[in-house]
Every structure is written in C-alpha cells, then in structure tokens.
Ligand binder design. Structure first.
Ligand SMILES: NC(=O)C1=CN([C@@H]2O[C@H](COP(=O)(O)OP(=O)(O)OC[C@H]3O[C@@H](n4cnc5c(N)ncnc54)[C@H](O)[C@@H]3O)[C@@H](O)[C@H]2O)[C@@H](O)CC1
Ligand SMILES: Nc1ncnc2c1ncn2[C@@H]1O[C@H](COP(=O)(O)OP(=O)(O)O)[C@@H](O)[C@H]1O
Ligand SMILES: [K+]
Length: 494
C-alpha cells in the first residue's frame, strides 16, 4: 500500500472528483459515512457525542458526521471554532445540511469552551491534512481542552495540529486521540515513534479514491499489508529436496550469550532453510548440539568468542551478529568476512557495533547486505538525528550510499532499500519488546536469503513474518508472558 504526501493526497482527491465523477461534497459525504460506519461499530448510541469542527474540509467532514450520527439517534452537539473568516465551500454546504438537525455552538474565545461530561466521546474535526502551520490562538486552546479532559477523543483523518509528512516541533499543540480514523491511505506521520501519542490506534476507512491514479503516483513510502507480503512468498515445490532451500551459516554467540545463536539458528530452521550451520565459540558446542540437533556446528578455535572462520564460499547465505561480542579478534574476523564474502550478508547487533567503531568497514559491506539495527545501533552507525523524520532520511541516504538494505527496527520497522524506498511493517506488538526477538529476526532473514529470495524480498517478508509470528504468540500467551522462543514457535511462512 502506498503512502502519499500532502500534495499527492490533494491531487488524488481532485482527480477522483473530476474523473469518477463525484462532486466534492459527495466525496465528503462518503468520507463521513465511512467514518460513521466505524464509529457506530465502536461506540453505542447511548454515549453522548461532541464534534469539534474547524472551518475547512476537515471541519466539513465533522459537520457531515454530526448529521449522520444524529440521524442514527446519537445525542450530538457541535462546536465550530471560528478562527477565520474563510470557510471551505463544502463546509458551508454541510452547515446548511446540518441546520435541519442541529444548531451548532460557536467558539470564538476561551470562555466559549464547553464543560464536557466524562462519558462524552469527542470527535476531533478541527484541522486535517490542510494544516499549514502549528495550531495557535483559540484552536490551540480547544486542543488543550481536549487533551486535558478525560474524554475519549477520535480524530477525523489525522489528529488536529499533526503534520502529515513532516516533523512537528515539540511544543506544537496537537490532539492526543485514542483513535485516528484516516481516509484511504495511512499517513507517513503514523509511523514515527515521536508521534505515538498523537496517533493512538489508527484505522483506515475506504472512501473510493481513484485506484488507477493511485497506482501512477511515485512515492518512496509503502506500507507492507498482508496482500503484499503474501505475494512475495514462494510455494515449496512437491519435488524439492533440502538442497533446494539453501545452506545458511549463522555466526553468533559468545560466552554467556550462546542463547542468541540458538535463537537465531532455530528461527532460521523454522523459516524453511534446507541446511543450517552455526559457527559458535567452543563453549557453545554441547549447548548447540543438544538444543538444536537439526543444526550442524562449526566450532571456533577460541573457547569464548568467535575469532576465525574457515572458507565461507559454499554457503548460500550468511548471518552474523547476535550475541557476538566486540573482541578485537572478532572484529578482525568480521573485517575478513566482509572482504571475502561474495554474497549479501545479514548483519545484526554486535557486528553492527563493530562496524560503528571501524567506519572503514562500511565500504566493505557486500552489496545488498541487510543490516538490522535497532534505533540505538542505527545512531551508533549513522550519528545523531534531530527527529524521527530526520532519522528516516538519514537511513535512506545511508542505504543509497552503501547500496545496502536497512531494517530500522521498531513498532513499525522501516525496511529501507538501496534505491531509497521505505517499506513500513504492519505486524508486531509491544510483547516483542523482549530480549532475543531481534536474534530471531536475523535467523528468519538469513533463512529466506538462503532459499533464494532476493534481498529486498527477504527483508520485507522476514520483517513481516517475524511480526506476524509475534502477533500469534501474543494472542496465545499475552504480550507480557510471550518470549522470543514463542515468536519462533509461531512462525508459519507459507
Ligand atoms: N474532497 C476532498 O478534498 C476531501 C477532503 N477531506 C477532508 O479534508 C481535509 C483537508 O481539508 P482542507 O484542505 O480544507 O484542510 P483543513 O480542514 O485541514 O484546514 C482548513 C484550513 O485551515 C487553515 N489552516 C491551516 N493550518 C492552520 C492552523 N494551524 N490554524 C488555523 N488554520 C489553519 C488552512 O489554511 C485551511 O484553509 C482532510 O483531512 C479530510 O478530513 C475528506 O472530506 C475527503 C475528501
Ligand atoms: N513495541 C513493539 N512493537 C512491535 N515490534 C516490536 C516492538 N518492540 C520491539 N519490537 C520488535 O522486536 C525486535 C527487537 O529487536 P532487538 O531490539 O534487536 O532485540 P534483541 O537485541 O533483544 O534481540 C525488533 O524486530 C522490533 O521490531
Ligand atoms: K482532525
């Protein structure tokens, strides 16, 4: 699914209006109907509803929503914030249409602000995608009132005051909704951790914007939905054999962290690889043979750390990093591997930290390698960034400069491709914020690479399936009880 910028969204609205054709006010009606469909499924009509409207099209949506909900027997009040002399045409039309049903209250100054009963659900239709500057004056006061009230707030399209595709300042007044019900497409702002409280839970409602025009839009931003992930999966041929699915090598673990190697190895096997070899320090030999009998073990000469590899030319994929440690000898081994490897690697955890300490290694990373940093590891690699939008831009430049794939891990992991395209993941949950889940991801992606998936697909699909397995684990065990091993047990890539 594509993620468009403000200008493209406006064009898509305009194109739909002209080419469907549908009048602008009828498109607004469709948007309001779609919002109300969700709203009526979520909240019973015994809860009072107050709709706060600006005077642009987001406010127009709010007026149409108020009319529809009042027709569905909700007890509705409407407040219009008079912040400008100019109202949009569709706002004015919806004001007329509302007059048979309700009389709106006007808010011009602070003393006009209402007292809200606790049960009231507030609908935020103050400002939408047309936001051109931070909210101020009476608009900021209304946002402050809603944020300090204990009422549930639902934002129409986007929280008022939040920019759709660029960073806000920390002091900007922005609604903090429980839900955002957005039209047609997710918005870039939803994927930034800094915006978590300004988005809440979000849902997309379809308003029938032109799909052909949407296909023609160029954007670097995508949202990995189930349809996209499933289109990547390759079915297993009936006559296939273990050689068909590649031989993966995972270089991981150190004294006290052999578990990281086991988690990565097990996840690799559970993701469909044909053969797996684990390269681990000698102290991990028995642990690995007992806990992962399906894997072959290559034992390092060192007892506690990985320090030297034999030839790696026969492997179909190589993952390195989980629990590796940052010993000098390990760093030398990594440098040698980066120079000698003839295929894209999966590079995680301490392997990334070693590269951060030896910047000259960046140029040696094989093309299309997949790096899986969490935000702190990414900061060590690429330096400080001003905000989450800036971090994403830095990631895009980094991926292009070094011709690599970066999986910037988080609630919506961003898979950044060498051409600068970004695929935000749709699966996963806060139960995955527990030690070892990153090691599992390394194993999954290494497995997919071994099976012959192109690196771009291995990264996008691996991240998606990792989150999906986490969602299955959470529904079975609950987010608090689930651990990384549960993610592995719930893998099902087919
Ligand atoms: N036909 C369409 O274009 C559709 C538009 N839709 C709705 O329209 C919204 C966008 O509408 P608009 O483009 O009218 O924009 P808004 O409703 O977001 O903004 C309205 C006006 O407020 C002004 N403004 C911007 N920032 C402000 C600030 N900080 N303080 C005060 N005023 C400010 C702008 O100059 C603009 O004229 C979408 O978010 C969506 O809710 C939906 O009805 C779907 C169809
Ligand atoms: N709140 C969250 N929602 C969804 N996924 C999450 C969340 N927190 C963590 N994850 C996922 O869990 C994994 C954690 O990886 P990482 O930080 O490397 O952990 P570790 O080093 O302990 O293995 C990442 O894939 C990340 O995307
Ligand atoms: K809004």
């Amino acid at each position: 699914m594509k993620i468009l910028n403000v200008g493209q969204i406006r064009d898509l609205d305009a194109f739909t209006i002209e080419n469907e054709p549908v009048s602008s006010v009828n498109l607004m009606e469709r948007a309001a109907q779609a919002f109300c469909w969700w709203f009526c499924n979520q909240f019973v009509n015994t809860r009072p509803v107050t709709v706060f409207c600006g005077q642009g099209n987001n406010g127009g949506d709010g007026l149409a929503i108020a009319r529809i909900l009042s027709q569905k027997c909700y007890d509705v009040r409407v407040y219009i914030i008079e912040h400008t002399a100019n109202t949009s045409a569709d706002f004015s039309e919806n004001l007329k249409r509302l007059s048979d049903h309700l009389t709106p209250f006007q808010i011009r100054k602070e003393t006009d602000l209402p007292d809200l009963s606790e049960k009231t659900i507030c609908i935020d239709a103050l400002l939408g995608s047309g936001l051109s500057r931070p909210a101020e004056g009476i608009m900021a006061k209304v946002i402050g009132l809603l944020n300090t009230s204990r009422n549930k707030v639902v934002s129409v399209d986007i929280a008022s005051g939040l920019f759709i595709d660029k960073s806000n300042q920390e002091t900007d007044p922005i609604i903090q909704p429980l839900f955002t019900i957005t039209f047609q497409l997710p918005k870039l702002a939803f994927f930034m951790p800094q915006n978590a409280v300004f988005v809440g839970e979000w849902r997309i409602v379809d308003i029938g914007l032109d799909t052909v025009h949407l296909l023609q839009q160029h954007t670097p931003y995508y949202y990995t939905d189930s349809a996209h992930a499933e289109s990547i999966i390759r079915p297993r041929n009936k006559f296939s054999h273990k050689g068909t699915f590649g031989h993966a090598l995972i270089i991981a673990g150190s004294y006290g962290k052999i578990g990281a190697a086991i988690l990565a190895g097990k996840a690799c096997l559970r993701s469909g690889v044909g053969l797996l070899t684990l390269h681990i320090p000698e102290c991990g030999y028995e642990i690995a043979q007992i806990s992962l009998p399906e894997a072959m073990v290559s034992v390092d000469v060192d007892r506690k750390f990985n320090t030297a590899l034999g030839s790696v030319s026969s492997y179909s994929s190589i993952g390195i990093g989980p629990g590796l440690g940052q010993e000098d000898a390990t760093a030398q081994m990594l440098a040698k591997l980066l120079t000698e490897a003839r295929l894209p690697l999966v590079i995680d955890a301490d392997a990334l930290n070693i590269i951060s300490q030896h910047n000259d290694l960046l140029d040696k990373i094989p093309a299309k390698s997949i790096l899986t940093p969490h935000p702190k590891e990414f900061q060590r690699l690429a330096g400080e960034t001003a905000n989450d939008f800036d971090r994403l831009e830095t990631g895009r430049k980094f991926a292009q400069k070094y011709n690599i794939i970066i999986c910037l891990k988080g609630a919506h992991t961003a898979v950044i491709l060498p051409n600068g395209d970004v695929h935000f993941n749709s699966t996963g949950n806060a139960g995955m914020a527990t030690g070892g889940t990153g090691d599992v991801l390394t194993g999954i992606i290494t497995s997919l690479l071994a099976q012959g998936y192109p690196p771009e697909h291995a990264a996008i699909l691996g991240v998606y399936e990792h989150g999906l397995a986490g969602d299955r684990a959470a529904s079975r065990k609950g987010q608090s009880a689930m651990i990384a091993s549960d993610v592995i047990e719930n893998l099902k890539i087919d």
